[in-house]
Design a protein around this ligand. Structure first.
Ligand SMILES: *Cc1c(COP(=O)(O)O)cnc(C)c1O
Length: 371
């Protein structure tokens, strides 16, 4: 899909050869508003910082959402700098320094083990915490299942009595983040209903039920997950139902663009070689799929020598790294592609730059444009 015109203008304005992430704050704001329309009332909407921790993204989402979810001391510092009204802190290997910083900042802590509960009790006697539970059954299908299966996250249901018996902390609710990239809104609604009823059945009178993130984005189509089935969920009085999506809020607000440096055919396959690659946008390599792109033609060719090009053919969009694994998209049909044109990858605002191995081969980083 061609990006919106204001994004196209920003991309064509980049110094060449271009390599950039463009983040659009208006898209972020619109997405938060749309998600709120679909959530049950009342519910709290936090943003999971790990999807994209760019300060401009955090400034926008700290304002638009009810708070931020962080998973490290570094993210905590970013969230504080962004002025988050509310912070929730999770993660399986918190250090004492991180726990202390989070407690000092008034963050709500999602404890991940019985041992962590003991540590929190020692650091801050009487602290209120939310306990992350890895439920007995697989709650949802998606790309990374985190419950009903062995993971480093949370305690098993069978460990609940031991967790509740830890002296010096009060468990005020549960954190039940279960999946990443679920695309089925009805299944997600069923998961949230089940999370609420399970939490109440524990008998602790939970004040918090955090159902995590996991709203999905289908990178291979232009469609969005339909969250509307969530709206009819009844939230029991006295429970703060928390959603903390990352991908769904940020993905559509980012575009990764890179100039075509060369177009070449070897052993019968045609490659567009980019000023960029998986060290900036690792998601397709990490997940093993082909991320769609749009060609933005750049007609200017100021050189006396022939312009490399290909027409009406399938190409592989590959990066500048010296490894055959530096592939963003395989076998995508283009009507025309030339050296100097710009390839634009949409839906790259989440888990793009933030999960990539930036220093491999030491190429210059992309520029970041905030719209
Ligand atoms: C990663 C994560 C999220 C966000 O997940 P998305 O799939 O990006 O929505 C939310 N909560 C926790 C605990 C996480 O680890």
């Amino acid at each position: 899909m061609r990006p919106p015109e204001h994004v196209v203008r920003a991309l064509l304005d980049l110094p060449g050869p271009a390599c950039a992430y463009v983040y659009d704050t208006a898209t972020l704001r619109a997405r938060v508003a749309a998600v709120r329309q679909s959530l049950p009332v009342p519910a709290s909407l936090l943003y999971a910082v790990k999807a994209n921790g760019h300060p401009a993204v955090l400034d926008t989402l700290a304002r638009e959402c009810d708070g931020l979810e962080v998973a490290s001391g570094g993210e905590l510092a970013l969230a504080l700098r962004a002025g988050a009204r509310r912070i929730v802190f999770g993660g399986p290997a918190k250090t004492d320094a991180e726990l202390t910083a989070a407690l000092d900042a008034g963050a709500q802590i999602n404890a991940e083990s019985v041992h962590e509960l003991h540590r929190i009790a020692a650091l801050r006697p009487g602290a209120e915490v939310v306990l992350r539970v890895n439920r007995a059954g697989a709650a949802l299908t998606g790309s990374h299942s985190m419950t009903g299966t062995p993971t480093p996250f949370g305690v098993d249901e069978t460990q609940l009595p031991a967790a509740l018996a830890v002296p010096g902390v009060r468990i005020i609710g549960f954190h039940l983040h279960a999946v990443s990239n679920n695309l089925d809104g009805h299944a997600h609604a069923a998961f949230v209903r089940d999370a609420l009823s399970w939490s109440q059945a524990t008998g602790i009178h939970p004040r918090v039920v955090n159902v995590g993130g996991g709203f999905g984005v289908d990178y291979l189509s232009d469609t969005a997950m339909d969250l509307d089935p969530l709206r009819s969920i009844t939230v029991p009085r006295g429970i703060d139902l928390i959603f903390e999506p990352g991908r769904y809020l940020a993905a559509d607000a980012g575009w990764y663009a890179a100039s075509v440096i060369d177009v070449k055919t070897t052993h019968g396959r045609t490659f567009a070689v980019l000023r960029g690659g998986t060290h900036h946008f690792r998601l397709p390599a990490a997940w093993g799929y082909d991320h769609p792109f749009t060609v933005l033609p750049v007609d200017d060719w100021p050189h006396p020598y022939p312009r490399p090009s290909a027409t009406d053919t399938d190409i592989d969009a590959v990066g500048e790294l010296c490894t055959p694994r530096d592939v963003l998209c395989r076998g995508r049909h283009v009507t025309q592609i030339r050296a100097g044109d710009l390839l634009v990858f949409g839906r790259t605002g989440a888990y793009g730059w933030d999960i990539s191995h930036h220093d491999f081969l030491r190429h210059d980083p992309p520029v970041f444009r905030i719209l």
